[in-house]
Design a protein around this ligand. Structure first.
Ligand code: PLP
Length: 379
């Protein structure tokens, strides 16, 4: 089945009791048992729920994976993956990560004896310098948040397999429409479903997909034991959102390209971070592993201190100044004080997250209105 068909149908059959075409919202915490243990495959909604199951099967299909698990947030999904590790284990990851991922690694799991190496993965060969007998996992984000660095998934996967490491790819920025890391050798793909997959800025959710049955069972055990699972109403909203994922992504990419090109020539803009420019780092790898370049763009401003950057960020009328990304509406964000505020200044500046950096999530509004808004806000 092709992507658009899977987005609309995967995991969803007409409801067996009524024939309802749309998957019902099974708003129940528990399920009847004819006698103890004699049930219809559902016992308690923390562990299993039919609306969530339909969504999980759909998410797995979109990523060309066998199994899917939905979590009550992207961070809930990340937390579950990290709980596969034991004290003394080591993880290799990128030096430009979503701030919340950096925070959970350094402020939560480091306290449980797990060691993280934050590396510039633009050349994956650097991994060889940090692997030792304790290394268990490689965690990558590509494109990265917020500097849009592209990491070569196939190359990282090759090294991970050679060194017997589990490869986890946070595919939030690309979405399954633009990139399928399982096809390039990832063991687990993670999503903040809150973003492009949900697509309407009305749900917070996360997901993991995988192919290996034993790994699925281990992760399901953590999901059910720790309980960060989403309710049926949110699962329904995301199933509904996914039905237009392919249409929305096409529009995000089209608008993103026009906004990136407009910003590149603007006198107020020092640098535009967008993997679609032929001169952007790892552009050839982006072309190889992504179907298009998406609607996430960051810029640095010329001669702008924090105050001037705040002034520009507050000037927008169509773009909304807010955290998050991937919804139909355009958002602008100041990573240094918003999404990435939990990263120490020196560390984030080393990764390029400077005070004059703004991140745009280009939505699917009319492009003329978006360009007009950028023009007036940057004037
Ligand atoms: N990964 C990336 C790349 C993100 O941008 C985010 C949130 O912004 C997350 C993970 C965390 O997801 P959530 O906010 O759904 O917990």
């Amino acid at each position: 089945m092709k992507f658009a068909t899977k987005a609309i149908h995967a995991g969803q059959e007409p409801d067996p009791t009524t024939g309802a075409v749309m998957t019902p919202i099974y708003q129940t915490s528990t399920y009847w048992q004819a006698s103890p243990g004699d049930n219809k495959g559902y016992e308690y909604s923390r562990g299993t729920n039919p609306t969530r199951k339909a969504l999980e099967d759909c998410l797995a299909a979109l990523e060309n994976a066998k199994y899917g698990l939905a979590f009550s947030s992207g961070m809930g999904a990340t937390d579950a993956v990290m709980k596969l590790l034991l004290p003394g284990d080591e993880v290799i990851t990128g030096n430009d990560l979503y701030g919340g991922s950096y925070r959970i690694f350094t402020k939560i799991f480091a306290n449980y004896g797990i060691k993280f190496h934050f590396l510039d993965l633009s050349d994956p060969a650097i991994i060889y310098d940090y692997v030792n007998e304790n290394t268990k996992m490689v965690w990558i984000e590509t494109p990265t948040n917020p500097t849009m660095q592209v990491v070569d998934i196939e190359a990282v996967s090759k090294i991970s397999k050679e060194k017997n490491l589990m490869l986890v790819v946070d595919n939030t920025f690309a979405s399954p429409y633009l990139q399928n890391p399982m096809d390039m050798g990832a063991d687990v793909v993670m999503h903040s479903v809150t973003k492009y997959i949900g697509g309407h800025s009305d749900v917070v959710m996360g997901a993991l997909v995988m192919n290996d049955e034993e790994l699925y069972q281990r992760l399901w055990f953590i999901y059910n034991s720790c309980g960060a699972t989403p309710g049926p109403m949110d699962s329904f909203l995301v199933l509904r959102g996914i039905k237009t994922l392919h249409l929305r992504m096409k529009a995000h990419c089209e608008n993103g390209r026009k906004v990136a090109e407009f910003l590149k020539g603007h006198p107020k803009v020092k640098h535009v971070f967008w993997p679609g420019f032929p001169d952007s780092p790892n552009h050839e790898i982006a072309k190889k592993q992504m179907r298009d370049f998406g609607g996430m763009i960051s810029i640095t401003l010329n001669d702008a201190d924090l105050q001037e950057t705040f002034r520009v960020a507050s000037n927008f009328k169509v773009f909304t100044l807010a955290e998050s990304l991937g919804g139909v509406e355009s958002l602008i964000n100041h990573p240094a004080t918003m999404t990435h505020a939990s990263i120490p200044k020196e560390t984030r500046e080393k990764a390029g997250v400077t005070d004059n950096l703004l991140r745009l999530s280009v939505g699917v509004e009319d492009i003329d209105d978006l360009l007009e808004d950028l023009k007036q806000a940057l004037s």
